[in-house]
Design a protein. Structure first.
Length: 151
């Protein structure tokens, strides 16, 4: 009789522990969220561009448009967001101090529910800003050549 009682108790304890472990694995779908997605980067990755070039990209419509940011070499850019119903079109200008360097354009946004953070970016080569060479002002009566006569 004691063996049957011990066996029942062991089986009951095992069943309770197994059921508790099974119930611990819940549905994680409720905790997942959609991260904002970025696409259609213009100018395209590794393009060579002039200083202060306008850039643009698209952001998925589940992003909060007030949280969309863009920066180049850690310099924030002022973004303009246009709602196109299915996505947002974002435009900005490269900062003037970035020239003659490679610049990673880093873009971020939060989802509408505020829990998911999306980020992306691309690399551009910014041309050196052209500066006009300083030319000496020549007098009208003076010859343009700098030759001197021998005595």
């Amino acid at each position: 009789m004691k063996i049957k009682k011990c066996l029942r108790m062991t089986l009951f304890s095992g069943a309770v522990l197994f059921a508790g472990n099974v119930l611990a694995y819940g549905d994680d779908e409720g905790e997942k969220c959609k991260k904002p997605r970025f696409r259609e980067f213009e100018p395209v990755h590794l393009s060579e561009v002039d200083p202060e070039t306008e850039i643009s990209f698209h952001v998925s419509n589940w992003a909060d448009p007030t949280t969309i940011t863009a920066e180049a070499r850690k310099v924030p850019m002022k973004v303009e967001v246009v709602d196109k119903m299915n996505f947002f079109v974002v435009t900005a200008k490269l900062p003037p101090e970035i020239n003659g360097k490679y610049a990673r354009i880093h873009v971020t946004a939060l989802a509408m529910d505020g829990r998911c953070f999306g980020q992306d970016g691309w690399l551009l080569k910014v041309k050196k800003a052209k500066t006009e060479p300083a030319t000496p002002a020549a007098s009208e009566g003076e010859p343009a050549s700098s030759e001197t006569e021998a005595p």
